[in-house]
Design a protein around this ligand. Sequence first.
Ligand code: F0G
Length: 457
Amino acid sequence: MKTIIEPFKIKMVEPIKMTTREQRNNIVLAAGHNPFLIRAEDVLIDLLTDSGTSSMSDRQWAELMMGDESYAGSRSYFKFEETIRDITGYEYIIPTHQGRAAERILFSITTKEGDIIPNNTHFDTTRANIEYNKALALDLVTAEGRDPETRLPFKGNIDIEAVGKLLEGTSLSRIPMGMMTVTNNASGGQPVSMANIRAMSELLHSKGIPFIFDACRFAENCYFIKTREPGYEDKSLKDIAREMFSYGDGCTMSAKKDAFANMGGFLALNNKEWADKAKTLLILTEGFSTYGGLAGRDLAAIAQGLKEILEEDYMQYRVRSTAYLGDNLERVGVPTFVPAGGHAIYIDAKRMLPHIPPKHLPGQALCVELYLEAGIRAVEIGSVMFGKTDAETGDFVPGQNELVRLALPRRVYTQSHMDYIIEALENLSKRKDEIRGMQFDYEAPILRHFTSTFSWV
Ligand code: F0G
């Protein structure tokens, strides 16, 4: 059979609400033209994030009912620990309430002022947690990986030569670790090859530097290795994951992504000294080391989710349905970051709306128009999120790209939802010359995308 179907059937549904264009006009005005400030119940199809928005399976719900809520030594924790150890091979498994809590703990115990941490591309919370410790978060993704238009299988790869130069030119005591984000969310959701991971591991370890994964979407990355990298086609996703993690010394993880959980995360480490320090900090701010700010039932649901994410039927459907959206947007003339990533399609607003200069925020304009057109919510990843106003000169500093991310929650929407999104964007594409730019009304001092407000130029 050529048709790839959703490998599940629907047992429970949640209604979504249609609105009229007039209602959406009022909603957008009240929200200051910022999709983050729209109430979720006023959104028809919500593509703001794939984080914490997954549908859990009947088995995960069953695990919730069987969660053990003991303060110390809960049965659910041991299930969680055993599952993560089995997949990653790491010794110390530290639960946290979400990914950024694992990041905060890791950098608090390892990173000091003036340190440098290289990564393919740091996600914004990772960068912020490193910068909070007065260290430098360095993005060293390859040049092709930055280019939305080059079609290559592993555009998440790190520039090994650049990492080599960094290690040659810097005192090694200033590099507490090297990192790799799989898949590379801040740059098109692109995967990293096993060869690149191996090369990074060899390079760091030759200098005695630990190698840590940001593993939020590790299973999607493993599926791309299986289908794109010679030698992996006959291996199971779990075996690929085990090999990948074996090149590192630990990982941070948001279970809100590739564990189908609505909340949760963890830090996994091999180094006992780091793990002991992490557990002390965990107890101070998150909770005892066998729950880390999560309910026992959450730990149990995550353990079950981590098993389901490595099922090949699921991952084939996942990656294929993301590509379906990407391929069809290309067909109707909407330029996207290619090839399609695992969890999202990123529209290239710079190419779609060339008449709007970056300072008039083409990505933000497209997000607002998409909501007005069809009640679809997306997120700008461009000059609003990553640009800034220069504190001294007051000049506008643009972001690297002007992207609009359509993130796909796991197991939530069907192919007809995708067709609806494609039709909405085709309509917008037909009248794209009429779309105007935007300007800040209120500019938040940090993390501008969450709370700033805008108006049409
Ligand atoms: N690392 C990556 C690569 C992420 O994508 C995220 C979250 C985090 C770390 C932080 O995890 O949210 O559990 O604290 N990404 C979400 C997104 C928010 O929409 O891409 P968290």
